[in-house]
Design a protein around this ligand. Structure first.
Ligand SMILES: Nc1ncnc2c1ncn2[C@@H]1O[C@H](COP(=O)(O)OP(=O)(O)O)[C@@H](O)[C@H]1O
Ligand SMILES: [Mg+2]
Length: 365
């Protein structure tokens, strides 16, 4: 590993999909680090390559995927060089994922105690009794009351929010070093979302897991993540600390994403989305792929791919606007307006969550 603070180093990752129409160039030279104990959020519109990136870390790419370059070093070992059997062992033990839809990731015919205990028996060779004791502990840790009784229930006997907690219990029961959460709460209503996110943070503090958190909703990022990586058309276009991305964003695509984030007085339905559509990844454009949608695009954007410009030791953005020869532009007014509210937004989210704790008992049923 280049840096001992890292648990994962992704370098120059390139992934294509073979299709009848040709090769979809889904991941195009992606590099990033995950530090021990941190939460890294990956954000970007649908189709930008967030899920394919994490699928490749899990070793669970679709059949038609071809990794054409790069490496994924986990504690100094390239995961791309592992056999299926080796990846099987790593998954669930060292790197775990919270799947989006609890209904498809839980087995409806199996008592949840067994579903939580089984990974311990498989990956840690634990005896049944010990595994069940630990499963019980895990159920309590994720906030399932009456766990002694509930351990014998089936998934359908739990509410949606409680099922998502069980999915988290299964993912965390082996104390994995990396937890991947790919839009883990999108299927849940907002109040339960907040509880689940809070629970993940709480468990991270207890277990010191590193989290890769994927979302298209920048609103939840502020309260969850330490650092943010912004993806567009199979590339990273900007990364930095949460504060850097929220208060000093540099890429016009990041401005667009921030602009489509809800504020105190807008609801989801009236949010501005970024005009235009992402490029066809069968034949990605030369230069900055965002150029056709970018009101600030320069001539060079359509000709030459921008390198990463350093904004600070922790903040980089791939936009020609940061070149010293580029005209000076500032983020559009609505972004600056919104920045005043980011702090309030996070505070409001935390506050409404506290009130919901009261209702948790109810939600259990
Ligand atoms: N099995 C597949 N075959 C062909 N194209 C795929 C496949 N899986 C994903 N893609 C394409 O790869 C790109 C990135 O997808 P994905 O990582 O799922 O995006 P998201 O950021 O929404 O998670 C998209 O253009 C998607 O259509
Ligand atoms: Mg996805």
């Amino acid at each position: 590993m280049e840096d001992e603070r890292n648990i994962l180093e992704v370098r120059d990752l390139k992934i294509d999909f073979k299709t009848y129409a040709g090769r979809v160039k889904a991941i195009r030279d992606v590099s990033f680090d995950l530090r021990k104990g941190e939460t890294l959020a990956i954000v970007g519109e649908s189709g930008s390559g967030k899920s394919v990136t994490t699928r490749s870390i899990m070793g669970l790419l679709a059949q038609n995927a071809v990794v054409t370059g790069g490496s994924i070093e986990f504690k100094g070992d390239d995961l791309l060089k592992k056999s299926d059997k080796q990846m099987d062992a790593i998954r669930g033990r060292d790197i775990a994922e919270i799947f989006q839809d609890p209904m498809t990731s839980l087995d409806p015919t199996m008592k949840i105690g067994k579903q939580i205990a089984e990974p311990l028996m498989i990956h840690k060779g634990m005896k049944k009794e010990k595994a069940y004791a630990q499963a019980l502990e895990m159920m309590k840790l994720v906030g399932i009351t009456d766990a002694e009784k509930r351990i014998n229930n089936y998934p359908h006997q739990f509410s949606g929010g409680m099922r998502q907690r069980i999915v988290i219990a299964i993912a965390l029961v082996n104390y994995p070093e990396i937890l991947i959460a790919d839009e883990p709460t999108t299927a849940l209503d907002v109040t339960i979302q907040a509880q689940i996110l809070d629970l993940m943070k709480e468990l991270q503090e207890k277990i010191n897991t590193s989290i890769i958190f994927i979302t298209h909703d920048l609103g939840v990022v502020a309260g969850m993540a330490d650092r943010v990586a912004v993806m567009y058309a199979g590339k990273l276009v900007e990364y930095g600390t949460v504060d850097e991305i929220f208060y000093n964003p540099k890429h016009p695509y990041t401005w667009g994403l921030l602009n489509s984030m809800p504020t105190m007085d807008t609801t989801g339905d009236e949010l501005p989305s970024i005009p235009g559509t992402p490029p066809d990844l069968l034949d990605p454009p030369a230069g900055d792929a965002f150029a056709p949608r970018n009101p600030y695009a320069l001539k060079i954007d359509t000709e030459q791919e921008p390198p990463f410009f350093k904004v600070s030791d922790t903040h980089y953005a791939a936009t020609w606007l940061l070149d010293e020869r580029a005209p000076k532009v500032t983020p559009p007014e609505p972004i600056i307006e919104r920045q005043k509210h980011f702090k309030e937004l996070t505070a409001a989210a935390l506050k409404s969550h506290k009130n919901q704790h009261v209702n948790e008992q109810e939600e259990q049923l």
